[in-house]
Design a protein. Sequence first.
Length: 61
Amino acid sequence: MNTTELKGNWETQKGKLKQKFAALTDDDLLFATGKKEEMMGKLQIKLGKTKDELHKIIEAL
């Protein structure tokens, strides 16, 4: 998953992630240019998932 793919339909993916993981907030899913890795790190910590697991979850949405 590259940044362009993530950014292109992020609003849709963000909604699906919030449905799947009720603990996530808009702040957790704030996607800022150049901050993808920071956001993914926060999600890893909050969800207790590895980087690979998180990528698979997002790709499956």
